[in-house]
Write a protein that binds this ligand. Sequence first.
Ligand SMILES: [Zn+2]
Length: 444
Amino acid sequence: MKPYGYRYGNNGRNRLHRNMGILKRFRLILALLLVFIIVWLIYNEKTGGSMDEFFSESPNSFSVIISSIIKEPVLTIDIDGKKYKIEALKDSSELPDSASVKLGAGKNSVMQLIFEKEPETVSTMLYLNDKRVLSTPGQIIRSEELSGDGEYKGVVEAGWENGDSTVYPFTLVVDLPPSLSVSAKEIDPGELLVIRIDNINDDEEIAVTTDLGFQPNAFKYGNQHIILLPVSYNNPSGKVYQIKISLGDREYSYPLTLNDKEFITQYMTIDTKVAASTRNEQSAKEIDDKINPLKPLSDPEPYWEGNFIMPVEGGRVSEKDFGKRRYVNNSPTSYRHNGLDIGHDKGEPVMASNSGRVLLADFLIETGNTVIIEHGFGLKTWYYHMDELNVKTGDWVKKGDVIGKVGSTGFSTGPHLHFSASVNDVWINPITLINDGVPLFMPE
Ligand SMILES: [Zn+2]
């Protein structure tokens, strides 16, 4: 690069003019030398120091000279009006572990590359944990394009017409404010509400309180936290409930309208001997001992994938089964029917509705051959009255695996599968899990 302000000789000028110029320049040099000697003498007089010290006390003059000979065009990254100057990398063979310039970005941040000299080609790459997460030829990057909070390593490669290319490294610290998504504003009794929190920092605590009679947990999954909030059919409908969520020192409040939903009443008769032998003190104690302790278990990982499936193919299903009230042999019962009764022939295969861990595979007096599967985050499916079991407690199952066969064991009037779903001890509508899966959340 040519130094600015220097002109090559003027060939058209005459010799006299040139001599005059030399004389003038000689006088000027002489005057400067004189000034310099005087300054040196005064300095020595005052401090008694040497010329070396004189220079070492003003090192700034050197760095100014050095920076003025760097020829790489300066790159400025503008984030939301804040400007960061990025130094070009001298040796582009290796990127430094952390670049000296740390840039901050938040929600709706716009990052713009401004070059001192407009390049012909630009390529910006961002890495998170050594994985490339973004590669773009554009000069504008929006925070929506990033996968979330984190310290990204960035590099801009710019190329100019003359074949020169320059590499600019930087570190981009992204701290997006948390965002909350709630799957519904109004809901039917017995359905599942999902709350998703994105980009909360590790040091911020999540607390959820509701007047729905259930204390949910927040489960971490990548950059997200998932809260499964089952809305029990035991909550009075036609009113508005409050969900309060605190994230660190921020408070959020969501009203949830619980719709009126008609639940049918079923009158059934069952052989009094069967009723007496399957619903008694002993069966109640068995449920207390073997089933109830499993209800609050909630694995911190999601095992399910996609929508749930109907566990018996081609069975007779009535959507009204879930949550209905029952009269057994003309006496009202205090409980609601917590699932679906899927009618089919004895011996038909029963499949796991989704992947998970078998919490229990056992024969119980009231529910017959029983399987309970934990799908993660406390989401469970329940299978009763089977003729035989194909799994044992502790097994891992995949969606569609055969876990047993349709039967009529326990408190049952004929071959059918009783199929329920719950979050911990609150029953939820299994039809919705089959049709819609778990809203707002898709485990990988
Ligand atoms: Zn049933």
